[in-house]
Write a protein that binds this ligand. Sequence first.
Ligand code: ZN
Length: 299
Amino acid sequence: MVLGAPVRRLAAAAQRPAQAPIQAPIQDAGILRLSDDLFVVSIPGETNVVAQTGGGGVLLVDGGSARAAGALMRAVSTLPGGGPVHTIFNTHWHPEQTGSNELIGKAGQAIIAHENTRLWLTTDITWPWSGQRFTRLPKTAQPNKTFYGTGQLDSGVRYGYIPDAAHTDGDLYVHFPQQNVLAVGDAVSGQGWPVVDWATGGWIGGIVGGLQRLQTLANADTRIVPARGPVLGLADIKAQYEMYGAIYDRLTQLLNKGRGPGEAVIAQPTKEFDEKMGNPDEFVRRAFESLWAYLSPDA
Ligand SMILES: [Zn+2]
């Protein structure tokens, strides 16, 4: 089995009313089985969660948003070999990943993150391009086990920093060598153009660097699980590396000519990819701004 098959996907989505309420109820989780003890849990509207079962408990990579935390805990408790969560990795600080931290932290369990992710979660953040505000997490919800380089759990699970700053400056991967699965959070986007969060360190050059680095951890059979979209393979990562490399080159040429983000959008640096990837304007603007932020952080 290469990509695994969904073992159940309840039909709740099909019954949604045409005019969905603003705060739709949490729908049932879809479960994709990667191996006997490893699953991708997808709650509609939430980012992917990787769950490893065994020993009466569950290890998670990312935890969905706060409003889905209860539904996620219920979903993972009913997995084969499932139970309460004993460990969660935060691949980065965004609320789509850290919404279960409070429940898990209150239960006294391990919340593992890169030290930069912990620091972001201890401070309020405002995105300059949208004005969106993020409030710091309470102490119990903050990561309680941080690292800088790499680490390994007694179970053999490995994890490490992605220092290229693909998405934020605290990105991590989690590697399940026995199952040949790599969970990569938003360092890789499996669905459309990514958010380039330059306010907390991410940049377009980091997307390229991260894609190159992750290739060294994978082989042709590795299942790579991004935060958004379907499970990917090494060929997908290589194709993305080529695409973002080309875009990075074009944006740096525009930067060197003294152009700005609006001019970058007009120059269509993603032209041949747009049909597949969707409207690029927001991405191009953020990616260009990220060059300014990365290359002259004090400007
Ligand atoms: Zn993110």
